[in-house]
Design a protein around this ligand. Sequence first.
Ligand SMILES: NC(=O)c1ccc[n+]([C@@H]2O[C@H](COP(=O)([O-])OP(=O)(O)OC[C@H]3O[C@@H](n4cnc5c(N)ncnc54)[C@H](OP(=O)(O)O)[C@@H]3O)[C@@H](O)[C@H]2O)c1
Length: 333
Amino acid sequence: MFNNKSILITGGTGSFGKKYVKTLLEQYSPKKIIIYSRDELKQYEMEQIFNEPCMRYFIGDVRDKERLTRAMRGVDFVIHAAALKHVPAAEYNPMECVKTNINGAENVIDAALDNNVEKVIALSTDKAANPINLYGATKLASDKIFVAANNISGGHRTTFSVVRYGNVVGSRGSVVPFFQKLIDNGSDHLPITHTDMTRFWITLQQGVDFVLKNFARMYGGEIFVPKIPSIKITDLATAMAPNLTQKIVGIRPGEKLHEVMCPAEICYTTYEFNDHFVIAPAIKFSSRSNDFTVNALDEKGKLVPEGFEYDSLNNDEFLSIKQIQSLNITAFL
Ligand SMILES: NC(=O)c1ccc[n+]([C@@H]2O[C@H](COP(=O)([O-])OP(=O)(O)OC[C@H]3O[C@@H](n4cnc5c(N)ncnc54)[C@H](OP(=O)(O)O)[C@@H]3O)[C@@H](O)[C@H]2O)c1
């Protein structure tokens, strides 16, 4: 699907972008991979690792529509990964988060339409489902803008979908590197915000593979959610440091006890497939199919039961302490 194609990744120097590029180069022979982000140092460092002739490094901000439009010339597929995603920083600098995550989404859509890009996938997060912090709220707004963009693309071939998943194991600022640093520094305990807290568990490679697959599955308008296991935070702490005590420090502002990916309130538009869910658009498209029960790979889904919610507490699959230990967690850091 990506052979001899041009692919642009906004936020391509981030954790997702680098893994995505690595996977693309291993599995396909793209014509061009364009990395679009702001910081020249991150691009310089990435260029030391990925310097294949198909690689292009563009300095640019998703807030800058003109630059984005130029960067997307001749592009077939776009992955929109650029975001401000630090929850407390978003609360403190709300308009910066709005400008990047919401205005940036609009610019990506406009640039894709103007260049007749074939398919765009935007990355979302579980924090966008029933959001309680500004980061989540901006990502929900972004999701809605991408879904609705399928209605304004009349006359163009461009289709837009969203991929939503939970905390990536080992990603910057997440709990695994936080615990690991305390363990390495000889701490006598691990801080736990709440004994009942649960989280979804996905590796970067699983996230990348899911996005790749959804380019083939999508019609446009879907929010794709992978079926992934949950963990209890206390089990994670025990798995990483069985001999350390756990001290309860209290839940932090903007943090949920459990994360949601498919809220119960939208069960009427949520479809279950073999290894994922699809949240169908809340609006009807005027010029394309509104049937999301079968995807472009001919996989069939069924409407979830009334009241069904896909959240990290009521998940069918939980990793046990032994299973977490068998994963060699530090390899994800
Ligand atoms: N990490 C997770 O646990 C997780 C979970 C679920 C969903 N997600 C979503 O996945 C996506 C990628 O996350 P990640 O972990 O790869 O993030 P990351 O490592 O923080 O990378 C973010 C990337 O975005 C770029 N960026 C930030 N602001 C930009 C702007 N205004 N214009 C252009 N580029 C900009 C950054 O480069 P510069 O600073 O150089 O511009 C960097 O390349 C995000 O949309 C995030 O919401 C992440």
